[in-house]
Ligand binder design. Sequence first.
Ligand SMILES: *Cc1c(COP(=O)(O)O)cnc(C)c1O
Length: 394
Amino acid sequence: MSESSQFNSLMTITTRPPLTMVSGQGSWLTDHTGTRYLDFIQGWAVNSLGHSPQVVVDAITRQAARLISPSPAFYNDQAIRLADLLTANSCFHKVFFASSGAEANEGAIKLARKWGGVHRDGAYEIITMVNGFHGRTLATMSASGKPHWQELFEPKVPGFIKVPLNDLTAAAAAITEKTAAIMLEPIQGEAGVVPATPEFLRGLRALADERGILLIFDEVQTGMGRLGTLFAYQQVGMEPDIMTLGKGIGAGVPLAALLAKEAVCCFEPGDQGGTYNGNPLMAAVGCAVLEELLKPGFLEHSTAMGMRLHCGLEALSHTHHLGEVRGAGLLLALVLPNASGDTIVELSRDKGLIINAARPDTLRFMPALNVTADEIDTCLRILDRIFSTLEKEN
Ligand SMILES: *Cc1c(COP(=O)(O)O)cnc(C)c1O
């Protein structure tokens, strides 16, 4: 099949292998030729319950027949139920739903600016992290710290001050009377699974309290059980003022959320909204996903699977003289001794395993949270064979 004839009515936004995915079940994805792949990307840490999980199929089918969209001008029972579930299981009091992580983060930025306007004499600046990633809208690209985005789509949205991750002194020095908030990912996902240290996160909390500014956690990638607890902040023994969720909350459908403490909620009618925000079809899926994660033993299972993958990757690294294993839960990375990431990704796909190179020298693993021990062992076996073959060739 030729790339030009097959794919040329889709706008080019990235390079993709010449495969078309047609179906999926659990940890397995099937292409147009019937080839099956063990999927350790899962829609980019999105399919928290694997491909086409029955609870999501049921929730969509049931809700689609009941009510798809009454318009954002009315309350609907599914959005209320999901907001109640989220606030009952987190430290937050209020929720605004969105359709993507970037949109939830836009909402967080707007809420922080509104809060700064109302409570901090017009403060609007937000301190964000070098190499951070918050999405692809203009404001969230401006908030992101990806070095090669710096020249893109100028002029950017002003008001984002970048400091290095885990540098508390730099963060403290960046705070001025114009600062409204600090915003970061507890683990930088797109940067290659780079964790903020618990000391840094607790230090930021203390700093925000001391200086009277807000702390925002972008948990689009780390939230909804990805790290073994429902949210990453729960592992650090502290609470942000605002948190955003995306990816795993929809288990594959477009759903995201902005959560905030009561004292921070200062949007007035007309400040925030959107046609699809809180629509019951997506909210019903969110409820099904969260109810699944809250079932006894679910998060314990994904924690155990994260450990199994972590240990297995460390053993691989030891055997084949690779680099460190980073991350937590089922968001893990293996550092390679050279920039062979893309090669390993391709060799893996040829052997039926889908993984991602978050950086040229970093492999990233984000399987479904209900991945099985057998599936993890299969992934490790395939990688072991690839590294052994490469060693023989050299
Ligand atoms: C993926 C991601 C986003 C963007 O989410 P989209 O749904 O792609 O808009 C934002 N922040 C983090 C930390 C992410 O991993």
